[in-house]
Design a protein around this ligand. Structure first.
Ligand code: PBG
Length: 329
């Protein structure tokens, strides 16, 4: 059959063999584009599994270093470190204490793997506050934006001095990137960068993460994280974070927000990251455990989709497994 005077167009021609498909693939996954988030819990002797995140653990001080070495060996692009402290208080003092669990882990990791990877720190108060919010509270119990900024400026210095290359400003306070940038520059830490959680939504997909960090939060973060209904607002957040000095901007969650990711990628002159969050990972793991989907295949497809939508860098709990699979290991 022909279409008019011309032979029918045959897109299938380029799908005929694996080699043809490989040659013309427009998006690729590479271990170097992936970042592995890790949890370090104070006082643990052995890693402890996280029930709602199959295959992911709370690390001990020593096991996190071993995990980082494995990630480096597999060519994973970076590591994002979260701390789970034993003590929590109203202002989250453990976040900027050099002896706090996160800063100790960062220092250990910087010693062990140094510049062989990109070491990132979650610059957020929620794991360290007794109320579980990403900021300090005012007299009426509301998150006080500007009082929180002082906390982030101080914690940024602690994380940078512990050895982080990039600080992940995930608290969603207005002006957070700017105060962090100013504090770093003023302390002679101009080389330390900011990976801004620019478009971060108030999401139910963070559920398993709350287990991973043993969150004490009651209620939600809707007064500071974005409303899932809003896409254009992300451009405002990105624009502001760029003006304040963000080196990388991030969209989070990833798969339910691919439209936002595409808009941000089209608008951003700096690298764009996306975070495949705990609930996204857990849904794949749960369906795979039931035999309802092929977990490896669905994971690769999800990550490819996130890259296709415009992410240069993808944070995923599957980073190590995927990196190994991509190497054919
Ligand atoms: C804040 C933070 C959260 C996540 C990353 N950083 C939780 C939140 O904002 O409520 C969630 C990541 C995930 O679900 O995997 N410290």
């Amino acid at each position: 059959m022909t279409a008019g005077a011309f032979p029918v167009r045959r897109p299938r021609r380029l799908r005929g063999t694996p080699a043809l498909r490989r040659l013309v693939a427009q998006t690729r996954l590479h271990p170097a584009d992936l970042v592995l988030p890790v949890f370090v819990k104070e006082g643990l002797d052995e890693p402890r599994p996280i029930g709602s995140l199959p295959g992911v653990v709370q690390h001990s001080r020593t096991s996190v270093v071993a995990a980082a070495r494995e990630a480096v060996a597999a060519g994973v692009g970076g590591i994002m470190v979260f701390g789970v402290p034993t003590h929590r208080d109203a202002t989250g003092t453990g976040l900027d204490d050099p002896d706090g669990v996160l800063n100790v882990a960062l220092a250990d990791l910087a010693d062990a793997v140094g510049d062989e990877t990109v070491l990132m720190a979650d610059l957020c108060l929620d794991e360290f506050t007794d109320h579980g919010h990403c900021g300090v509270l005012d007299a009426r119990g509301r998150v006080d934006n500007d009082a929180t900024l002082d906390r982030y400026a101080s914690a940024a210095l602690a994380q940078a001095r512990a050895g982080a290359h990039l600080l992940g400003t995930s608290g969603m306070m207005d002006g957070q990137v700017g105060v962090v940038r100013t504090a770093l520059d003023g302390a002679g830490l101009a080389d330390v960068g900011v990976i801004a959680y620019a478009a971060k939504y108030a999401s139910g997909f963070y559920g398993p993460f709350r287990d991973a960090v043993e969150s004490t939060l009651v209620g939600d973060r809707a007064t500071y994280q974005q409303d899932p209904a809003n896409a254009r607002e992300s451009l405002l957040e990105v624009e502001q974070d760029l003006a304040e000095g963000a080196d990388v901007v991030m969209v989070k969650p990833a798969l339910p927000y691919l439209d936002v990711l595409r808009r941000v990628a089209d608008a951003s002159p700096v690298p764009v990251a996306a975070y495949q969050v705990s609930g996204e990972y857990a849904m794949v793991a749960a369906a795979a455990a039931n035999g309802w989907v092929d977990g490896d295949r669905v994971m690769l497809e999800s990550l490819l989709s996130i890259r296709r939508a415009g992410a240069d860098v993808v944070l995923t709990y599957a980073a190590l497994d995927v990196a190994r699979a991509l190497h054919g290991a």
